[in-house]
Design a protein around this ligand. Structure first.
Ligand SMILES: [Zn+2]
Ligand SMILES: [Zn+2]
Length: 305
């Protein structure tokens, strides 16, 4: 089975500590690499976990608080020094381009590869990337500065030809192509119905990444039925007011959202540095949503079909 997996590179909020890094995740969908946020130290984490970061094709930056992008200039520079030539696309607020260009120009660095920018300015939900592998939706969340959640979904696959049909009907290349599109085949002596010769493709896997937000119903529809919902959980249940004041979410609120939106698994992250032990964050959330896990650095969450 082709992979659909999320590796946690960092999941602390605000500041790095000797044992915890700010937000960053590597998403591998069918061997295509996508980086979500790039907190300080993300490139070192990728080296530590054996991730070949030159394979990254797209980088998504949720918002311009430093704990979500301060690792980016370092990563881009390393990619350059290691000889990258393959273009890279960055999906982010348009201000990021100016910040990066300033950093590159003062050091007289001319990257050997091109960066394409896709600006996330529009405060409405929209599909920001769609290709043969993935469809990515950006949905505005509710933070102190503009911030987006990202929803990754496998692209619709064509129908599969049943094994027995392939063998017994001796299908030709053109015939297979038509059947995969759901079209019937009319041979001189017989008709082969697509409905008989094909079966539905495997279900499409879905991952939702929602960080730095106060709960807001506007993104609930987009994350509905996700195989995994990553939701920020900066605080525990006793700090609801603090969470609201700082435009963040508690573990209990995240669990309620996972339940309400019918997600299969909840992964909590963006932990406040005040919590030295993380396990209680999970245990408390499980009183509402059983299938809850923690975004521990180095953990890979796999979505099976
Ligand atoms: Zn943050
Ligand atoms: Zn923030």
């Amino acid at each position: 089975m082709t992979p659909f997996e999320i590796t946690i590179l960092g999941s602390n909020s605000a500041v790095p500590t000797p044992t915890r890094h700010p937000t960053s995740q590597l998403l591998n969908i069918n061997h295509h690499y996508y980086l979500i946020d790039c907190g300080e130290g993300a490139q070192i984490q990728m080296r530590k976990f054996g991730i070949k970061f030159q394979r990254i094709e797209h980088i998504f930056i949720s918002h311009l608080h430093g704990d979500h992008y301060f690792g980016l200039i370092g990563l881009l520079n390393t990619m350059h020094l290691l000889g990258r030539e393959k273009p890279l696309t960055i999906h982010a607020n348009r201000m990021l381009r100016e910040i990066l260009n300033l950093q590159l120009s003062v050091s007289n660095t001319k990257l050997k590869y091109e960066i394409h920018y896709n600006y996330l300015d529009d405060e409405t939900e929209s599909v920001i990337l769609k290709d043969h592998n993935v469809e990515v939706t950006a949905t505005p969340v509710n933070h102190r500065i503009p911030c987006f959640g990202f929803i990754f979904r496998e692209t619709e696959k064509p129908l599969n030809i049943k094994k027995e049909s392939l063998q017994s009907l001796k299908l030709g290349v053109e015939e297979i192509k038509l059947l995969k599109q759901g079209k019937d085949i009319h041979r001189a002596t017989e008709t082969i119905y697509a409905a008989d010769a094909t079966e539905a493709p495997l279900s499409l896997r879905k991952y939702a990444f929602i960080t730095d937000t106060k709960p807001k119903e506007s993104y609930y529809e987009a994350i509905k039925n996700s195989d995994i919902l990553y939701h920020e959980s900066t605080f525990m249940g006793d700090a609801t007011q603090r969470a609201a004041d700082t435009f963040h979410t508690t573990n209990l609120q995240a669990a309620e959202i996972a339940l309400k939106t019918n997600c299969k698994k909840l992964v909590l992250g963006h932990f406040s540095t005040r919590y030295t032990k993380l396990e209680p964050i999970k245990v408390e959330a499980q009183t509402i949503f059983k299938n809850t896990e923690l975004a521990i650095e180095g953990t890979t969450f796999k979505i099976e079909h």
